[in-house]
Design a protein around this ligand. Structure first.
Ligand SMILES: *Cc1c(COP(=O)(O)O)cnc(C)c1O
Length: 421
């Protein structure tokens, strides 16, 4: 069963200061999980988790992760700027972008971040842009075909826009070596939101075998292998989650089997998890404001898809706890809907819930990654606030809610909106 990390009393208290909807992040959960990740890979010399900023781009969250030993994985100018402002520098920053504006390479290089090139043509482009290569370079790999674990197809890299082919990456390392690059890394992201302890070990084995081939064919000994993101979380209450300890041990096993006997036992393992690091530790809190009975039973809430897009975009399941009714029988069926003029604006469809009343607070689980971050302003709806639930039970505002003035600010080019600015 999924349990909310805040009680009705806590939310009622917070709501005296901050209007719903808002995001609430659980600092304790984030820290404990980050420590488990560090422990699971502590066998590896140089292990580092580069938190994927896109999953939860908030400086307060990044600082918590920094204190737990994480770096950041960026793919845009503003993600780099946020990392810099939070005190990440040098090799604490990974720049894993694609279709990259050249000016962003320049900025990433200025911060001393590790540049991970997505495409073979980026090699020449980067040299022209920077004048020469940084001492450390990483290349992104895409093996094509299907990514399988045992007999199950997890994803189809052949259809993914990312990474270089096997021939390209081998040629790429040859070129980088000939141009004086000293330290090398390889990166690959082949399946998203995997809920199996076998994803990283299966991916790692494939990359480790390629690392041996790269050594044999080019003389390049990789310094790090970046398993990137893709470690998922159990969104559904009956799903069993990943065990990061088992995942770390699984990668350790193939490391010892493939890399160590080939003289590559010094390679550092990097990860770029987003979802696994913050997903379960963020929730969207929203209030029931309206009921409608037509051909179905609708419960209208004060949040909508602009605050959490995943259900509308992917049909994703997000578990809902009705605060204060945790133990009540779920004997009613609702569509839980927001106020957008779009029929996909539904947080839940045909969901069994306890009988709802106006004013009930809903705790929408697992919104801590790719939640607020994917927010938008359709229908002129505004972004919510983000709050951090500290370990001592206090609450800190870590992003204020957007105001109409914020929304109109970019239109401040003539006097049309002056009245509201
Ligand atoms: C999105 C992304 C991640 C994080 O993915 P999760 O599924 O959240 O773990 C990591 N690296 C890159 C390059 C990404 O694009």
């Amino acid at each position: 069963m999924k349990k909310a990390y805040a009680t009705l009393e806590q939310i009622q208290k917070i709501a005296e200061t901050y209007d719903t909807p808002f995001y609430l992040y659980d600092e304790k959960g984030i820290r404990e999980n980050a420590r488990k990740v560090q422990k699971a890979f502590s066998w590896n010399n140089g292990f580092k988790e580069y938190f994927a900023v896109k999953a939860c781009p908030n400086p307060s969250i990044l600082k918590v992760l920094k204190e737990e030993g994480c770096g950041t994985d960026c793919s845009s100018l503003t993600e780099l700027q946020m990392s810099d402002a939070c005190g990440f520098s040098g090799h604490d920053i990974m720049f894993s972008s694609n279709e990259t504006p050249l000016s962003e390479y320049v900025f990433a290089d200025k911060l001393g971040g590790i540049i991970n090139l997505d495409d073979f043509t980026n090699i020449e482009e980067l040299e022209e842009t920077l004048g020469s290569f940084p001492e450390t370079m990483s290349l992104r790999y895409n093996p094509g075909g299907y990514f399988q674990i045992a007999n199950t197809i997890m994803d189809s890299p052949q259809d993914a826009k990312y990474g270089m082919t096997t021939d390209q990456i081998i040629e790429g390392f040859k070129i980088l070596k000939s141009k004086g690059v000293k330290h090398f890394g390889m990166h690959s992201f082949l399946a998203s939101n995997t809920v199996t302890n076998d994803y990283y070990p299966t991916l790692a084995k494939q990359l480790f075998e390629l690392a041996v081939r790269i050594k044999n064919e080019t003389g390049v000994e990789l310094n790090f292998i970046n398993l990137s993101g893709g470690v998922g979380i159990p969104y559904k209450p009956d799903q069993e989650g990943n065990d990061i300890e088992v995942i770390g041990a699984g990668v350790h096993k193939v490391f010892d089997e493939v890399l160590v006997p080939n003289g590559l036992g010094d390679i550092s393992i990097f990860t770029e998890m987003g979802r696994f690091m913050t997903g379960p530790y963020g929730a969207l809190i929203t209030k029931v404001i309206h009921f409608k009975h037509t051909y179905k039973e609708y419960a209208g809430v004060d949040a909508c898809a602009v605050n959490l897009m995943r259900p509308a975009m992917y049909g994703s399941y997000h578990h809902i706890t009705v605060l204060g009714k945790e133990n009540a029988p779920a004997d009613k069926v609702y569509d839980v809907v927001g106020s957008l003029c779009e029929n996909n604006d539904k947080f839940a469809i045909d969901r069994e819930l306890p009988e709802l009343e106006k004013g009930d607070y809903l705790f929408i689980h697992d919104a801590g990654a790719h939640g607020f971050a994917m927010g938008y302003n359709y229908n002129g709806k505004l972004w919510s606030a983000e709050l951090l639930l500290r370990e001592d039970g206090s609450v800190k505002l870590i992003r204020r809610a957007q105001t109409p003035q914020d929304y109109f600010a970019t239109l401040d080019i003539d006097d049309t909106m002056k009245k509201y600015l």
